[in-house]
Design a protein around this ligand. Structure first.
Ligand SMILES: C[S@@+](CC[C@H](N)C(=O)[O-])C[C@H]1O[C@@H](n2cnc3c(N)ncnc32)[C@H](O)[C@@H]1O
Length: 407
C-alpha cells in the first residue's frame, strides 16, 4: 500500500526537532521572538511541559518563519537551562535576557563558569542523593546535545550522501548511526518520508544493539510507545520473525503504526497492555525489552524544563512502576530467552535499584553479560550506563538477564 506524504507543515519545534532552514531571512523581529518565548514561559509548568506548550504556541503562528521559530525555541530552552543563574532577576523578561547571555557566554567560554557554580545551579539539589553529580555531567547539561540519525541498514550510504553534513559516530558497533550537523528541516526531506532514517539518539540505538535480536526470533517490546526502539529491532531482524508491541497509551501505538508503515516494518503486531499480571499474549518470547517509563534525568540536557519539574517522589513512584513492569513482563520470556530493562534516567533508585530488587525477588533469571561498548560504563557484568557527557547524547541505563532452562 502506498502511503501518501503528509502535507508540508512547519515542523513542530522541540529540542528533538529544531526548526531548520537552509535559507536565512533578514527580517527577524526580536521583540516578537521575546514575546512568544515569554508566552511559553507563562503557560509552562509541571502539568504543561515547556516543549509541548512551545509546540502549541508556534503552531498558532502560521506566519512565523522557520528561523524565528528556531530563535523562540532557543530562547525558551536557554531560559530553563540557566534558571539557576537567573532566579534573582526582577522580571521574566530580564531572566530571559540573562539566560540568553549565559548561553552565549557558555558557548564562547565554558571555562568562565566554575565547577562549583555549576554544582550549585545547573540541577536541583535533590539529584545529588540519587547520582554522582560530576562536573563533566553538569557541564554536559549546559550545552546543546548532538542530533543523531538511525538509518535503515540498507540506506546508510544513501542518507549520508544525500543529506550531506553527516558524520559517522566514533562508537564502534553503532553501524547505522549518523550525526547530523546541517541546517535542513529533516522532517520535510523526501528521505525521511521514504523511511530511510529516523531521528534517534545514539544511546537508544545502543539499547537496540544490546538487545541484538536475530532474524526469525520472537520479541516483545513491552513499553513500545511510538516505536523508536521497535523500528530498530525490526531492522536488525531484517524484518523477519515477529515483534509484539504493547503500551498502555493507545495513541502512542497508533503513531507507531504510522512510523512502521513509513519504515516498511511489517513484522510486528500491537496490543494494549496496562502493565498488569495478565500479559497481552501467551507467546513465550526469545527476548523481552522493557523500555520503562522513567524520570528522564538522562534527557535533562535536551529537556531542561524537566530539571525543575521532576520531584524525588516521581523517582520513587517510577521505580516502583518499573519493578512491577519488569516482574510482570519477565513472565513472557521463554526458558533460555533474554530480558532487557532500559531507562533514559540515571537515578540509583530507578536504574540499579530496580535491577537489584528484580534480581532478589525473581528466581529463575541469571545476569546476562552485555557486550562491551567503549562509550558505556559497565557496572556489574549485566548492567551499563551511558553518560550524556561521553557523546553529548542522552543518558541511559540498561540491565539484562537470561531465563534459566533451554528453549
Ligand atoms: C520510555 S517510553 C518508551 C519509548 C519507546 N520504547 C521508544 O523507544 O520510542 C515508556 C513507555 O511506557 C509506557 N507506559 C507507562 N506506563 C505503562 C504501563 N503501566 N504499562 C505499559 N506501558 C506503560 C508509556 O506510555 C511510554 O510509551
Amino acid at each position: 500500500m502506498k502511503h501518501p506524504r503528509p502535507p508540508v507543515r512547519r515542523a513542530p519545534a522541540s529540542p528533538f526537532n529544531r526548526p531548520r532552514t537552509a535559507t536565512t531571512h533578514a527580517f527577524s523581529d526580536p521583540r516578537r521572538i521575546v514575546s512568544l518565548a515569554l508566552q511559553v514561559l507563562r503557560k509552562a509548568g509541571r502539568e504543561h511541559p515547556a516543549d509541548s506548550v512551545l509546540r502549541d504556541v508556534l503552531r498558532a503562528q502560521a506566519a512565523l518563519s522557520p528561523q524565528d521559530s528556531h530563535e523562540v525555541t532557543r530562547a525558551v530552552f536557554a531560559y530553563y537551562r540557566w534558571l539557576g543563574w537567573t532566579r534573582e532577576a526582577s522580571s521574566p523578561d530580564e531572566a530571559l535576557r540573562l539566560a540568553q547571555d549565559c548561553d552565549r557566554r557558555f558557548a564562547r567560554d565554558p571555562g568562565s563558569f566554575p565547577d562549583e557554580d555549576l554544582a550549585r545551579r545547573a540541577a536541583p539539589e535533590w539529584i545529588a542523593q540519587e547520582m554522582e553529580t560530576t562536573p563533566a555531567w553538569l557541564r554536559s547539561l549546559q550545552g546543546p546535545p548532538r542530533l543523531w540519525l538511525r538509518t535503515r541498514r540498507k540506506d546508510l550510504e544513501r542518507v549520508a550522501q544525500e543529506l550531506e553534513e553527516c558524520a559517522p559516530p566514533t562508537i564502534k558497533g553503532c553501524f547505522q548511526a549518523l550525526e547530523y550537523r546541517g541546517e535542513l528541516d529533516l522532517f520535510r526531506t523526501p528521505l525521511f518520508h521514504s523511511g530511510a532514517f529516523e531521528v534517534q539518539d545514539i544511546a537508544s540505538q545502543i539499547v537496540g544493539h544490546w538487545c541484538d535480536p536475530k532474524p526469525g526470533e520472537t520479541w516483545w517490546d513491552a513499553c513500545a510507545g511510538e516505536g523508536g526502539k521497535l523500528l530498530h529491532l525490526s531492522d536488525l531482524m531484517e524484518n523477519k520473525g515477529m515483534i509484539w508491541a504493547s503500551d498502555r497509551a493507545a495513541w502512542r501505538l497508533l503513531k507507531l503504526k504510522r512510523r512502521a508503515a513509513r519504515a516498511g516494518v511489517f513484522n510486528y503486531r500491537s496490543a494494549p497492555w496496562e502493565g498488569g499480571e495478565r500479559l497481552p499474549t501467551k507467546t513465550a518470547f526469545d527476548g523481552v525489552l522493557v523500555d520503562a517509563p522513567c524520570s528522564g534525568v538522562g534527557t535533562w540536557q535536551r529537556n531542561p524544563h524537566a530539571r525543575w519539574t521532576t520531584l524525588p517522589s516521581d523517582v520513587h513512584e517510577l521505580a516502583e512502576a518499573q519493578l512491577k513492569l519488569l516482574r510482570h513482563a519477565s513472565r513472557g520470556v521463554k526458558p533460555g530467552g533474554r530480558l532487557i530493562y532500559s531507562v533514559c534516567t540515571l537515578t540509583r533508585s530507578e536504574t540499579s535499584g530496580v535491577a537489584r530488587l528484580f534480581a532478589e525477588s525473581t528466581p529463575g533469571f541469571a545476569p546476562e553479560a552485555l557486550p562491551a561498548f567503549p562509550e558505556a560504563e559497565r557496572g556489574n557484568n549485566n548492567e551499563a550506563w551511558i553518560w550524556p557527557q561521553t557523546n553529548r547524547s542522552n543518558g541511559m541505563y540498561v540491565a539484562a538477564w537470561r531465563r534459566a532452562g533451554s528453549a
